[in-house]
Write a protein that binds this ligand. Sequence first.
Ligand SMILES: [Zn+2]
Length: 443
Amino acid sequence: MTSLLIHGGRIIDPDSGTDATGDLLIRNGCIEAISTDSPLPRDADSSIDADGCLVTPGLVDPHVHLREPSNGQPHRETIAIGSRAALAGGFTTICSMPNTQPPPDTADRIKDLVSRGKMANAARVYPIACGTMNRAGEEATDVQKLIDAGAQGISDDGDGVACDAVMDTILQRVAAADTCFMQHCQDPTMTLGAAMNAGALAVRMGLGEWPPAAETSMIERDVLLNGKHGARYHAQHLSCSKSVDVIRKARAEGQTVTAEASPHHLLLTEEACEGYNTIAKVNPPLRTSQDIDAIKEGIAQGVITILATDQAPHPPQAKETDFASAAFGMVSIECALPLYKRALVDEGVIDWSRLIAMMTCEPANLVGLPEAGRLRMGGPADVTLIDPDLEWTIDSSTFLTTGRNCPFDGWSVSGRALASIIAGEVRWALPGARMEQTAIAGH
Ligand SMILES: [Zn+2]
């Protein structure tokens, strides 16, 4: 591979403020030229006609569950499969969460994940390491060692760190290591036996109630603790309006706090659980339309700056059981882009450029990846090609992930990634799309 010209697309690079039709030239895996005023010469080894498409930095998802290692359990997702599924959603960079068996709480385990990610040769995989040993919430890990070994951030995702003193130590170490902490905001003492949003519906269905305060109270505690450390603190998968208020206030005070929203918390309410639909069971739970409105308002105001799927594949048997026993979690990485578009762009909450920022440079900045999420001259050519108007029906049976637990199955949507390019190589192209023919034939 030597050179690839992507011509005539709408180039959106929020980091540099670019949003204009133009050409992008890749040579030897790096971005050599971007021109939005005059066409570049058509003498590249291969080319892609991007007319009508968006040409964006490779999308970044900072919150993905890859399930590997899984202690030898069969039917589980692997790094190879999950990182391939990410490409099919347009994501070229993903961060893997640490609730695996065993969890990555030592340097050796992080190094192992880094090498498995490289071997998979799909999306770039950056492991997030545990905040506490064995994710047990009792003893803080050696954050610096984990970062030195290749971890790109710290989290106990799947569980929140409940103990104040342990959390205080983690934030201190995270600040010293200049990395980020991603909190799964859930006070475990408030969610014992909880299965869905607290309220009349949970009472009628006879299911354990999960109060919004279980989330908000932990964020408030963390913001208080982090005041003296100034670590990059990130609240994962915000689900309720009061949490948005806490983040808004903390950011207004100048605290280094960010937050993310997930497709399901933008598009689904607790009513999706009706009929004991276990596919709608997720942690934190689906809430109300008022909560969705508050999350959207937070996005419009720049309070919530990051989008993350919380891709959580499960084998069918984990969901084919009663609601109280079913596993928490959903998959959406292969259809996240049109879902975000529907919730945010089509609804007029934000424009395309801001949406792409929330899927590229914003998450890349959080986890400290200065090369990712932007189209930088001379930098690695990670690029996603998007047809913003392509109409299609989500069919989870065609997903590359092993997870079929997608609540959006059967939805008619518009917008889709056509190709995911990493270091100038088309690693994935939508079967049958013009990118596949032009780009792959060009090599
Ligand atoms: Zn979580």
